[in-house]
Ligand binder design. Sequence first.
Ligand code: SF4
Length: 431
Amino acid sequence: MNEYDSLRILDLTKKIDYIPTSNHSEANCYILNTCHIREKATEKVYHDIGRLKKEFKNKKKPIVLVAGCVAQAEGDILLKKEKYIDAVIGPQSYHQINDMITKIENKSKQINYSEFDVIEKFDSLNSIKNSDNKISSFLTIQEGCDKFCKFCVVPYTRGPEFSRSIKELVLEANDLVKNGAREINLLGQNVNAYDFESKRLSDLILEISKIKNLKRIRYTTSHPRDFTVDLIKIHKNCEKLMPLIHLPVQSGSNKILESMNRKHTIEEYLDITKKLLEINPNIKFSSDFIIGYPGETKDDFKKSIELLKRVQFINSFSYIFSARPGTPAFYLSKIEEKEAKSRLIEFQNIAENLKIIYKKSLINKTVKVLFENKMKIKNKYFGRDEYFNSVIVESDNDLVGKIKNIKILEGNQNTLFGEIVPNVNRTHYAA
Ligand code: SF4
């Protein structure tokens, strides 16, 4: 979502004649768009500012803004501790960034914009065309979260759940497709909680799928509690919807899920995966796991491993529990660091192994790849198959924006390499 926000910030600042530059030391305004999900995010900001200070030691100081969730959560502290920062701007206030920059240009004092006016934000953004011109583009449809998992900062930094209207989303999706997008990834902190005047995510997917040149739709990130029947069914009815579902579970133990306030059980989670597979056996899953959550015993950890093997996630993102200031879990006693690390290593080894087995199973198979860009290496093109696997092929023809059948020849954990399967022209003769 930060990537989407950063692109929208660029669209906004163009209005006051700021354009992006790759010439780092010549920039006259820096915007650090930050994430607060993991520990050390704030230290990273101080580190980046330190680097800027050195770089601009003998030059005119650039305008320095800190945007995103660190700004929202710790804006006042940042401004107090680091005078080099001119302003902080929370993720729900960035539509006011031009006003902020203008004030700083006019020698205003340090500024903190961190209101939660998400309606005003999207009203302002709607008036500016999304100029993203990537083959695979992001589209934020929903923001914020009402779930309050005990470890998570999102409800405090992004605010309550808010869904944008279908009308404005279809308009923006159309703009993206006109700019060249062939795949749209619908984004939300709780994307399947999308609810605008009783229209759900499945309704939005159907509407967006009507856009002629749009070939693929994805959505992320879902919460098991909001995985309603209509969303399950749409995986049968909408061909443009990709069959990879990212469905974070966080732990395989009901006891830990309860103490995290996840609002679902493992049985309910498995029931969703079962229903989805019944409706479309091609579906595969990826997930997020927190390892070493306070109170996690060896037995709880074992249950996470059991779940990993049972669902056969093709991708699992796992992290050691990271205590975020301001969340209820911050005050819980952590399990021993050494133990948490050893569990993470064990978990990731098994997850990696599953991934290798899965990738090997693709060798000699034909997959459909949407090509996103030409690589710097001569005649090589990068794309993704339906399950978001990275695929590289060689071609003398321009493949960007095209979907091709690719036979996978070899691969490693991260990338598959293949060749284009030529179209066979069949001629039918009457007997
Ligand atoms: S559902 Fe996701 S975004 Fe919401 S509080 Fe839980 S982890 Fe955070």
